[in-house]
Ligand binder design. Sequence first.
Ligand SMILES: Nc1ncnc2c1ncn2[C@@H]1O[C@H](COP(=O)(O)OP(=O)(O)OP(=O)(O)O)[C@@H](O)[C@H]1O
Ligand SMILES: Nc1nc2c(c(=O)[nH]1)N=C(CO)CN2
Length: 162
Amino acid sequence: MSKVYLSLGTNMGDRLENLRAALELLDENLHIGKVSSVYETEPWGFEDQDRFLNIAASGDTDLSPEELLSFTQGIEASMKRVKTVRYGPRVIDVDILLYEGVKMDTERLTIPHPRIRERAFVLVPLMEIAEDDVIPGESISALLKETGSEGVVCIGEAPWKG
Ligand SMILES: Nc1ncnc2c1ncn2[C@@H]1O[C@H](COP(=O)(O)OP(=O)(O)OP(=O)(O)O)[C@@H](O)[C@H]1O
Ligand SMILES: Nc1nc2c(c(=O)[nH]1)N=C(CO)CN2
């Protein structure tokens, strides 16, 4: 089993339900461990869209990195994610942030996620469930000093964790 960290985001429809449903589907192949609080976040990369809800989650998996990507993309497809403009609105987005012991950069898959260092909407939830040095060669708190964390607001514990 390998430890992985994911970022989930949604800004269309019933956002909380989208996150809950995605986690339930992920649990089939990823033994979900920790799940962060839910954060309401200003859109990054394409500003003319609704605010997102974001969480980070950890899990253990026997899937290879490529199998895990196919699995997460299958979940996005099953939740009727429709591609719009880059960084645009979506029902659900599941990004693979980290995969234990893996550093790779292929056409399909880059791990650690290539934009993990510049996204407070990823770093703030991740910091809640992981060690500060979880990103190889980086400190989450130091990265957040660069990105700032304005526009990332905790709205509470995931309601389904009750
Ligand atoms: N670590 C990763 N996690 C998820 N997808 C990845 C990763 N590395 C590369 N990709 C590739 O990124 C492609 C685009 O993914 P997607 O359409 O979700 O981009 P996006 O979410 O809009 O932007 P971003 O990747 O910056 O979050 C996917 O088809 C996938 O092959
Ligand atoms: N706040 C926020 N902004 C985004 C998000 C996201 O999950 N949250 N996902 C994106 C797709 O890469 C682009 N922009």
